[in-house]
Structures are given as C-alpha cells and as structure tokens.
Design a protein around this ligand. Structure first.
Ligand SMILES: Cc1cc2nc3c(=O)[nH]c(=O)nc-3n(C[C@H](O)[C@H](O)[C@H](O)COP(=O)(O)O)c2cc1C
Length: 246
C-alpha cells in the first residue's frame, strides 16, 4: 500500500449511522476482527475479547439498555453552558430508536484487566498510566475494526454509550460475560444506507507546531470555544440527517 492509498482509507473511514437491514456474511465479520487482532497494545498484552451479536432479540435488548441514557440526555443538556449553542439531539433522544438499532451486527469489544499483570511492575502500580495503556490498546483495536469495515464497504457506528453503568451491567448479564471483563465500546456494523456528508475538520497548519513555537502558536480560549460551537453543531447535524441518501 502506498501513502496515498493509506490517506484515502483514513479519509473514507467515516461514521455511518444509517444501515440496510441485510445480514453480513460471517467471513466478512471475521475479516473486520482479523485486522483488529493485529493492533498494537501496551506491552503486547492484547487485552481484548470480541463478542459478535447477530441475534435480533439480543440486539434489541442491548439497544434498549443503551437508549436509557438517551432518555435522560435532554434533561442533562439543559445544564450546558449557553455559549455552546443548541442542545444535542440524537435520534435515540427524540424517539425510542437510536441510529444503530437497524444495524444487523453489533461487535462488543471487551477489555480484560487481568492482562495488566503482564505489565512491568513500574507501570502496574502507576494507576493512571496503567489505565491509559489498557484503554489505548482497546482503542487501537477498535479503530482497526473501523478501518477494516471501511475497506470492506461496510458502515460502522461507534457506540460509546454502552459504557453507562446501566448498559454495561445489562449487557454483561444478557450475554453471560465473565465478571472480570469490562465493556469498552460497541461497533454497530451493516451495509450503508447513506453516504456520509462532508466532514468538518481542522486544518493541518493550525494543529501542527514545531520546536519552541511559543504559546501564541496555539489556539486562544475564544478560538477553542468557537471551534467547539461549530464542531458541536456539525455533529448534531450528522446525527440528525445521517448523510446523503445513496
Ligand atoms: C471514543 C469515541 C467515542 C464515540 N462515541 C460515539 C457514539 O457513542 N455514538 C456515535 O454515533 N458516534 C460516536 N463516535 C463517533 C464520532 O462522533 C465521530 O468519529 C466524529 O464525529 C467524526 O466523524 P467521522 O467518524 O465521520 O469522521 C465516537 C468516536 C470516538 C473516537
């Protein structure tokens, strides 16, 4: 693969939140996970387990548990600072279905903190670093899955609301997951029903700094606030519209 192909893959990996209900062949699902198997992890502890959920009744129960968060979200949004603009409105907040409810496959990524016993002792008892190393490994495996999904022409949506205490507990019980494992995030996977709309992205020059560049080379508080407002508005838009019809 040359650089341009890699860049193209990075650019075309997008969150797609509208799915066709068509099932995904098992070989394709395994291909997504096969790429993630090669992800780097701190001290190569490979702290992950992948649980593929295809059964409709299980997916519905998972979605129900995740959507509990969305029921409370409008109330929580009222506490936002006024400069942040309009409140978040995700589809799960306005009706009983989140975007991902139509996806035919969910892949839950679980972390296994028992693997932390393999870390050097100097890391193992540095609580913050140990946690970061564990979570970063899981994040890499997750991103690798999203890249594989893109290469296979699949739509993928990253669902972090499985991390709420309620969803986490319900999912573990529902799928009978061993007590030691902890849910990291969930990937909703399917065939895309839409094309993602153009991405709102910061310029390279603005985010790269060389050597002793000085504080003035970085964004001011006002500039960050302005960016946050715009990014928030863009994100609310893509959640609501999803993208362009295919
Ligand atoms: C750590 C993390 C958590 C995310 N959680 C969610 C989520 O719960 N629901 C969702 O629809 N998208 C989620 N996303 C996707 C981001 O919203 C998305 O990547 C971002 O808006 C940029 O859009 P793009 O993926 O199309 O490039 C998450 C992404 C990351 C990296």
């Amino acid at each position: 693969m040359d650089y341009n192909e890699l860049l193209e893959l990075a650019k075309s990996r997008r969150s797609i939140r509208r799915f066709k209900p068509d099932p995904i062949p098992e070989q394709e699902i395994n291909k997504v996970i096969e790429v993630a198997r090669w992800a780097p992890s701190g001290f190569n502890m490979q702290p992950w387990e992948f649980v593929v959920v295809r059964k409709k009744e299980l997916r519905e129960k998972i979605a129900e548990a995740v959507n509990v968060y969305f029921k409370h979200a409008p109330e929580m949004e009222k506490a936002r600072e006024p400069w942040q603009g309009r409140p978040w409105k995700l589809s799960g907040m306005t009706d009983t279905k989140g975007d991902f409810t139509e996806a035919p496959v969910y892949i839950l990524l679980f972390g296994d903190p028992r693997t932390q016993a393999g870390l050097p002792m100097g890391v193992r008892y540095e609580y913050h670093r140990k946690q970061i190393i564990h979570t970063s490994g899981l994040a890499h495996a997750f991103v690798y899955m999203t890249l594989a999904a893109t290469a296979l022409g699949l739509a993928a949506q990253w669902i972090s609301s499985v991390q709420t205490a309620y969803a986490h507990t319900v999912i573990k019980k529902l799928l009978d997951i061993p007590p030691a494992l902890e849910v990291y995030d969930m990937l909703a996977l399917g065939y895309p029903a839409i094309k993602p709309s153009e991405k709102f992205i910061r310029d390279l020059e603005e985010m790269v700094h060389y050597d002793d560049c000085g504080q003035e080379d970085f964004r001011s508080d006002e500039q960050v606030k302005d960016f946050v407002k715009k990014a928030r508005s863009w994100n609310i838009g893509v959640h609501q519209r999803g993208g362009e019809k295919k």
